[in-house]
Design a protein around this ligand. Sequence first.
Ligand SMILES: *[C@@H]1O[C@H](CO)[C@@H](O)[C@H](O)[C@H]1NC(C)=O
Ligand SMILES: *[C@@H]1O[C@H](CO)[C@@H](O)[C@H](O)[C@H]1NC(C)=O
Ligand SMILES: *[C@@H]1O[C@H](CO)[C@@H](O)[C@H](O)[C@H]1NC(C)=O
Length: 310
Amino acid sequence: MLGAVQLGLLAACVVLFVPMGMAGWHLSRNKMLFFSCALFITLAVGVHLTPYFPSISAFLSASEKLKKSDASDLLNGSWVVVAGDSQSRLMVVSLLELIMGSEGVEKIKGDLFKRHSDYSVMVEEIGMRLDFVWAPYVANLTEFMTRYKGSKDFPDIVMMGAGLWDMLHVNNVTEFGVSLRVLRDNVLSLLPVSSSLDAGDGGVSEPKPSHLLHLFWVGMPTLITSMLNTAEKKERMTTAMFSSYDNELAGSNLLRQSGGPLLKLDIGLLSEFCGPHCTSDGMHYDEVVYNTALQIMLNALLIESNQKPQ
Ligand SMILES: *[C@@H]1O[C@H](CO)[C@@H](O)[C@H](O)[C@H]1NC(C)=O
Ligand SMILES: *[C@@H]1O[C@H](CO)[C@@H](O)[C@H](O)[C@H]1NC(C)=O
Ligand SMILES: *[C@@H]1O[C@H](CO)[C@@H](O)[C@H](O)[C@H]1NC(C)=O
């Protein structure tokens, strides 16, 4: 069962942060107000209906749920790149299931889940290219971003996320903070000079139209320490460690929520709503969590694609 309070919190976050994120994409103030109101109303309806529904899918049915045809229109001809750990890979599964249906995804799951490897697929029907880049550490994400330095080709949509491997194998929050800042500087150096997010390094970077940059951060899931499947994980991935990592992320200015370049998809909050019955290893959750995060991402893109040049 969902806590209405938590859902209200999510609603508040979406209402606040989605439009704030849009502001970085030069949405006019009127449009921002309009979308804030629209989101607020949809979410308010969602919150008031919760007592009658058992799961987050209820939240989804009350908000703007994009179906296959909508997503196909939105992503027609796009190049989508997802980089990160297994959480990011679960976002790929959700996206492909929405576009190709579950039978289509069953066929490619073997390749996609080949341990620790990259994966590419072209969805011919809508001319969408999707690349998954295995990048379990934040340092790997930095390496991934530097591929695009000086390159004219940049994906239309990038989703990335890491942190769990840093927590498990490095287990030093100071070093995590350092690698997040390095990543942030690398992402910023790829952004257009005219952007308000300009790092201030005086226009050395190639100008790119800002509408090409749809950057999302796949947040870490809520960890249920007692359910983790190795002794090492139980020892290192504690609630206290998780919150210090999460605070480090918030303080790194990587996310739009703190003036940075990436819009966070809050897997932590969504997985917390879903709770222990949505996971068997305390870390990887049922697809409803990632499907919801995907809907939040698509809604953000929809708002963006609706606007006309001023
Ligand atoms: C994708 O876009 C192209 C041209 O913009 C159009 O011809 C095609 O019908 C679209 N396909 C889908 C599945 O929407
Ligand atoms: C990711 O980074 C780690 C540590 O920096 C490195 O050892 C590893 O080879 C990298 N993996 C990939 C896939 O780039
Ligand atoms: C964490 O990393 C920092 C910087 O590399 C280092 O100074 C510090 O000693 C490390 N802390 C622990 C507990 O290993």
